[in-house]
Write a protein that binds this ligand. Sequence first.
Ligand code: MG
Length: 293
Amino acid sequence: MIAELIVGEPERVAGGCAWAEGPVWTAEGRVRWSDIPNDRILEFDPASGRTSTYAQPAGFPNGRTLDRAGEVVQCSHGGRRVERDRAGTVEPIVDRFEGHRLNSPNDVVVSSDGAIWFTDPPYGILPGTVEGHEGAQEYGGCFVFRYDEATGELRAVVTDMTHPNGLAFSPDEGILYVADTGVGHGVIRAYDVVDGTCTGGREFARISPGVSDGVRVDVEGRIWSSAGDGVHVLTPKGVELLRIPVPEPVSNLCFGGDDGHDLYLTATTSLYRMRTSTTDAAARTRGITASEV
Ligand code: MG
């Protein structure tokens, strides 16, 4: 069963990045990701095998996802905000919490009710940063937020983490997994989600070597985490099932391809692709990918 999860070896399909992050499979059938220090957004087209520059400068974007309409929602370090990219036209979604600027939103998911959940560590505003612009942490924390676009309510749902980073829901959206890259070891925490809030926070797993930066959950509830040596796959109980070695440290990952079975990895300088036998749980709940999911 475990061996069947991975069908092929990681294949390097693009390179030349300084720090690759934030991959998403777009409605147009391409992988879009960030090369943060070079302040650009790249796209890989599997039909042609070519990679092109989508935007540069780009406001130092990091993680991204699709909303329920299939449009790209992304985190902007430079703009200290979450924003939406509609065919190259970028509009802000949210940039303040209780009147204070956000730090530098890092990664984002959209729940099936359309709410935007994102993490807000300080990596894009730290002294000497090459991933944004130096600045102050205005609200005095690093929270996970839930933003309701219909009402404009920005709710702090997790306030007990050091540097919340990648995040993903369980298939029924009853659990939110959040990686913490600020605690010196690769911790993933889990929270019960009740009525748009998070309760019962607990340590779910530790990833080593490296840290868990980006996480995804597949349709069976397995957690796929980036790590210093590749990708680690965990059971819903947090037990390590599988390690997939990748030649470069992995920052983040996304499922894609026409059938949703291709796993794309942003790994330091490169984008890798690997065939799997599963798909992203979020694709099913949002109904945006692939016929079979
Ligand atoms: Mg990240």
